[in-house]
Design a binder for this molecule. Structure first.
Ligand SMILES: [Mg+2]
Length: 260
């Protein structure tokens, strides 16, 4: 484990977690709970980590929330928790509660039309096979491509973006591609909504690996614990860095033990 924020007292965090009535464990999926797989449909979670998360869910001593860029339907093909956690998909556009009820954010027709414009332009540019179409947004993946191909995809996506004039829809970077998204819907706004329902004195932690998780870290500020799950260091707002899967398994085990 690497301590990134010297001001964060980990012992104090664990002590607060033990005493708290309201604990919130927020987990990104790809790169955090699951290793990357060239075939994204086979990115199953680390078995030991998933096992502990399932035990935490069974203990029912804290709120467990998976927050992913994937759609909820996509995630449900990869995770088999019993009981199910709360899931926020498409960076918080869609939400499924443990009882299976679903909600989506309200998005204007203009913004939906803009996403459709991107979809058509990406298809016209021959990038269809790199695209993951979501219920709201499109991720263009280049994991496994040559450097030349990556540069070509980047150039084409940037050219398309320069022609589409809607500042509410933007192109953001993630580890392994670019994503066309609605500006105000990101993991930071998801964390904001989750924390607005938390009680005073709640103890949250957010675990993530990617650039999109930095929005969540930024939103958390000094509250709780921000955990970068990544084998290599990078510039981040996180408090600590855990190398998966072993240190992730240690952290989840510690979380469970302190919540019992
Ligand atoms: Mg991730």
């Amino acid at each position: 484990m690497e301590i990134l924020n010297k001001k964060k007292d980990l012992k104090q965090f664990f002590s607060l977690l033990t005493k708290a009535d309201d604990r919130i464990l927020m987990l990104d999926y790809d790169g955090t709970l699951a290793p990357f797989n060239p075939d994204r449909n086979k990115a199953y979670p680390y078995s030991k980590a998933a096992g502990i998360v399932n035990r935490i869910l069974l203990d029912n001593r804290c709120r467990v929330i998976i927050i992913s860029g994937r759609t909820i339907d996509d995630l449900l093909k990869l995770i088999k928790f019993e009981p199910m956690p709360e899931i926020w998909g498409c960076h918080g556009y869609e939400k499924q509660l443990p009882d299976g009820s679903r909600f989506t954010e309200t998005v204007s027709d203009v913004n939906k039309d803009t996403i459709r414009c991107y979809e058509e332009a990406l298809r016209f540019a021959g990038l269809d096979k790199y695209c993951e179409k979501k219920s709201l947004g499109i991720a263009v993946h280049w994991r496994g491509c040559s450097m030349d191909m990556i540069n070509q995809i980047k150039t084409q996506v940037n050219q398309i973006a320069s022609k589409i004039k809607n500042h509410s829809v933007h192109v953001s970077d993630f580890d392994g591609g670019k994503e066309i998204r609605i500006k105000d819907i990101d993991k930071g706004s998801a964390v904001n909504k989750i924390m607005s329902t938390a009680t005073v004195g709640s103890v949250p932690a957010y675990l993530g690996d990617d650039l999109t998780d930095e929005d969540a870290f930024r939103q958390m500020g000094d509250i709780g614990l921000k955990v970068l799950v990544r084998d290599k260091p990078r510039l981040t707002l996180a408090d600590i860095r855990l190398v998966p899967p072993d240190e992730l398994v240690w952290f989840l085990g510690k979380w469970r033990e302190l919540c019992l």
